[in-house]
Design a protein. Structure first.
Lengths: 118, 117
């Protein structure tokens, strides 16, 4: 049981390049999330999804796009990378209220992707 | 909007001793959940403990326990019998109970804990 898997684990980009980060979960979770972690700032929510085919903006969505074509996958895209997007990116997933029958389900995290933009 | 504050950027404790990490939060919600996550040098985010706001009883998981003071909006984590493997960054997180939207987490800025011999 792999849980939440992020690909790649590390990447270096040049300013202006594009790339996609892939998140895959095998727990059949309804909800999925993308966070970024910067020094001294904790984790901040970029985008999230409440189900296949749906996405929504989080706290810091600018410069990112996401897609959830399949329930198990959640993709994060950078169309034109900027140095300010240098960060560690985490994907997470969790059960919904309807799936688990109770509120407050904990999120399960992937191991993160370290992205450096030069 | 909710905010979570961890006022101790770094802490140190000797092996086998007890340490308490502080967390305060600000919310107008009455129903919510609080979490502590651990991030060791391996970068994984590991759930340590979870507390439902409607429960007065403090959550406990082996050597980890919380002191939840709802009126004071305080949620501290106590680690007993500290071990070298407890060395990590610890994040406090808030989740409000909401209908129809994802269970989003609001994180504090973290406390880096070093366990020494």
């Amino acid at each position: 049981n792999a849980g939440v898997t992020q690909t790649p684990k590390f990447r270096v980009l040049k300013t202006g390049q594009s790339m996609t980060l892939l998140c895959a979960q095998d727990m059949n979770h309804e909800y999925m999330y993308w966070y970024r972690q910067d020094p001294g700032m904790g984790l901040r929510l970029i985008h999230y999804s409440v189900g296949e085919g749906t996405t929504a903006k989080g706290e810091v969505p600018d410069g990112y796009n996401v897609s959830r074509l399949k329930k198990q996958n959640f993709l994060l895209g950078l169309e034109s990378a900027a140095p300010s997007q240098t960060s560690v990116y985490f994907c997470a997933s969790s059960y919904s209220l309807s799936e688990q029958g109770s509120w407050g389900q904990p999120q399960h995290f992937g191991d993160g992707t370290r992205l450096s933009i030069l | 909007a909710q905010t979570v504050t961890q006022s101790q950027p770094e802490m140190s404790v000797q092996e086998a001793e007890t340490v308490t990490l502080s967390c305060t939060y600000d919310t107008s919600e009455s129903n919510y959940y609080l979490f502590w996550y651990k991030q060791p040098p391996s970068r994984q985010m590991i759930l340590v403990i979870r507390q439902e706001a409607y429960k007065q009883q403090n959550a406990t998981e082996n050597r980890f326990s919380v002191n939840f003071q709802k009126a004071a909006k305080s949620f501290s984590l106590k680690i007993s019998d500290s071990q070298l493997g407890d060395t990590a960054m610890y994040f406090c997180a808030f989740m409000k109970q909401s209908t129809g939207t994802a269970s989003k987490l609001t994180f504090g800025t973290g406390t880096r804990l070093q366990v020494t011999l």
